[in-house]
Design a protein around this ligand. Structure first.
Ligand code: IVH
Length: 672
């Protein structure tokens, strides 16, 4: 029996109306009929289709659910790869992006950008042929995804047929967008699952991904999914001028586009809008993790082109996460100034709250046991109070069985003393009173002004660094990163950068400084100067015999033995190697003639007004002179300050030239 033409016409009319109301509801967010009226239209359509099954077409609004479960998803290749985006976190990085864009385009005019919330869901591609939804797939690896057409069909906001009332539909449209689950729907779903004894989803993103990859479309249909479209793949039969044009045209065709999109000229306006999005983010009913900035003009986009995995014309300006996931690669011990030995998690670097985190204190053995943290675990980390990194909990579901429980060592990692633990206390301590202070002193000496001269790294900071487990040996100094410092109290962006720069600068040093820094017993500033001048190279000094050392004027048997012994210890040789590996270079000794105070010896007595005694000594040495502690016949100058001591009398007795501070400064200046 043929279907009466008026029925065919009515069915067509009903479908058009329902599609239009879907568009009003999902895309424009301004329905013009009540839910009851809408349901009545659907009901009428369903009844007619039941009566005349031959009228049912795949794009009918009644046909969202109904496909049988599949065994496996077919692979779909993306003709135009679905690229990812480079990340940026700071206005500086965004300005750099803008600079790159301008440079590549050869312009200094302000660029027009589209700004879009970066949805935190999963990317899909919807293929429409002559307006009909034919194929839908996940992003997969960007080149090949999975055919999830039947699942996507169940998402009410995805049109099964494009709307043609504002704009003719193209022959082919590959629309791209992000499928997501609203926060409320996510919480409701999780509550439901808990009641049913099912595991909860960790976040809306996982819930959306899990729902879309269901083999049975009925399950997907029961999950409250939604979509925002933001781009295109292949298109035939339509030309777009700009990203803004794409977004608006997709919307006219009935595809859902985020209402918070914006078009601006100039990067500063983009940075402002990012702040605004960050502000309203908590009030949105879906998750966004940043803002995507895209060069608006398609011709510009084409000229900029793409890199291997991401376009040069777009960037994701991410929000800082307060909490992230990473893996614990090791648990080491740090020794604090009270001798407390604390386990510290060493993690794969991860960004949390604006800095990259690599380590976090685990407090003590009991805490590790309580949280059941193992080496190799994936963990959630956060910055407590926005400063101190903290391991919240391990993700036990990600365990492979290769994770290793942490065992508290019985000996101090610095001095090797057996550790002790008081009853009722959770903390192990190193009982050796020399342990921490010795290490702290050794490192503080190494970085001090007459040694490696790392500005801004005083004894207090050294202690902080040791306590935080950032340094445990001298060479660790050269692995300090800015983010390590930012996790310490008292450091801000600028001070952290200054210290990093100072550490970097200190890598170029001189032989006397380096020798003094090593902290060899009996080798003070003056002795370091003397032996450096004598050997002129570290290699020669390292190979010197005791006899050779003793033969140097001013070096006695005790000093010679100490130096020889120090360089005879493999541990020390390894230390030197590591320092060189870290990038330390020793400037060649300057030629003798170049130094104005060469061969002149000085003795200081009394207090200087304009500088510290130690600075004055350094000036003499840096100009090739020698500083003596006692006045002898070979002393050339005695520099006299306030309240001079017996040295002045001795100098007079021996007829040695006596100069004041002012005169000394003149000599120093001439030297410079
Ligand atoms: S554009 C070539 N726009 O972010 C441009 N992506 O890291 C590629 N995403 O896989 C994507 N919101 O899942 C674009 N407004 C938006 C987006 C967006 C979310 C996701 C998408 C993509 C990933 C790129």
């Amino acid at each position: 029996m043929a279907v009466p033409p008026e029925i065919i016409e009515r069915i067509r009319k009903l479908r058009d109306e329902i599609n239009y109301h879907n568009y009003r509801y999902y895309v424009l967010d301004s329905p013009v009929i009540s839910d009851e009226e809408y349901d009545a239209l659907m009901q009428e359509l369903k009844e007619l289709e039941e009566k005349y099954p031959e009228t049912v077409t795949p794009d009918s609004p009644t046909e969202r659910v109904g496909a049988p479960p599949s065994k496996k998803f077919r692979t779909v290749s993306h003709e135009v790869p679905m690229l990812s985006l480079d990340d940026a976190f700071s206005p500086e990085e965004i300005r750099e992006f803008d600079e790159r864009v301008k440079k590549l385009l050869g312009t200094d005019k302000e660029i027009e950008y589209t700004l879009e919330p970066k949805m935190d869901g999963l990317a899909v591609e919807l293929v429409y042929e002559r307006g009909l939804f034919m194929l839908g797939s996940t992003r997969g690896d960007g080149y090949n995804g999975e055919d999830v057409t039947n699942n996507l069909r169940t998402i009410p906001s995805i049109p099964l047929r494009l709307l043609s009332m504002h704009q003719p539909v193209p022959e082919l449209l590959e629309a791209r967008g992000e499928v997501y689950m609203e926060k409320n729907a996510f919480h409701r779903l999780n509550q439901e699952r808990k009641k049913q004894g099912l595991p909860a989803f960790a976040n809306p993103r996982n819930a959306a991904a899990g729902s879309l990859r269901q083999l049975d479309p009925k399950v997907t249909a029961s999950r409250p999914l939604n979509i925002f479209c933001y781009g295109i793949g292949r298109v035939k039969g339509h030309n777009f001028k700009s990203q803004w044009d794409i977004l608006h045209t997709l919307k006219k065709w009935g595809l859902r586009v985020n209402p918070l999109i914006k078009k601006v000229r100039g990067i500063e306006k983009a940075i402002k809008y990012h702040e605004r999005l960050a502000d309203i983010r908590p009030r949105l009913d879906y998750e966004i993790d940043g803002m995507v900035i895209k060069v608006n003009d398609i011709e510009f986009q084409e000229r900029l082109g793409t890199k291997a995995r991401s376009p040069r014309w777009a960037i994701a300006y991410k929000f800082e996460a307060a909490q992230s996931i990473t893996r614990i690669v090791n648990i080491i011990l740090s020794v604090g100034r009270t001798g407390a030995v604390t386990p510290v998690a060493i993690m794969e670097p991860v960004r949390v709250g604006g800095v990259t985190i690599r380590r976090a204190t685990l407090h003590n053995e009991d805490e590790i046991r309580k949280k059941d943290i193992r080496i190799g675990d994936w963990v959630i980390v956060r910055r407590a109070g926005d400063v101190i990194p903290e391991v919240v909990r391990p993700l036990k579901e990600r365990r492979t069985g290769r994770e290793k429980p942490f065992v508290m060592p019985r000996y101090c990692p610095v001095c090797g003393s057996p550790l002790v633990k008081k009853q009722g206390e959770a903390i192990y301590r190193c009982p050796n009173p020399d342990c921490f202070p010795r290490l702290a002193k050794k490192i503080a000496h190494f970085v001090s002004k007459p040694a490696m001269d790392i500005e801004g790294l005083g004894p207090k900071v050294v202690e902080q660094l040791i306590t935080a487990g950032i340094i445990r040996e001298v060479p660790d100094l050269y692995n300090i990163r800015k983010d390590d410092l930012l996790s310490l109290e008292g450091f801000a962006e600028k001070s952290a950068q200054n210290l990093i720069d100072a550490i970097e600068r200190s890598k170029r040093t001189t032989l006397p400084r380096f020798l003094f820094a090593l902290g060899i017993r009996h080798v003070g500033e003056v002795t370091a100067q003397v032996i450096a001048k004598h050997f002129r190279s570290l290699d020669k000094l390292m190979n010197a015999s005791v006899a050779e050392l003793e033969a140097i004027p001013g070096i006695g048997p005790e000093v010679a033995a100490s130096i020889h012994e120090w360089f005879g210890d493999k541990k020390n040789i390894r230390l030197i190697q590591r320092l060189f590996e870290a990038g330390i270079t020793i400037e060649p000794m300057e030629s003798e003639k170049a130094l104005p105070l060469e061969g002149k010896s000085f003795v200081f007595t009394g207090g200087l007004k304009g500088m510290k005694r130690s600075d004055a000594k350094r000036i003499v040495m840096s100009l090739g002179g020698e500083v003596q502690s006692t006045v002898g016949r070979n002393t050339d100058f005695v520099v006299v300050g306030e309240n001079p001591g017996s040295k002045l009398r001795k100098a007079r007795e021996l007829g040695i030239r006596i100069i004041g501070e002012k005169e000394f400064m003149e000599m120093a200046k001439e030297g410079h």
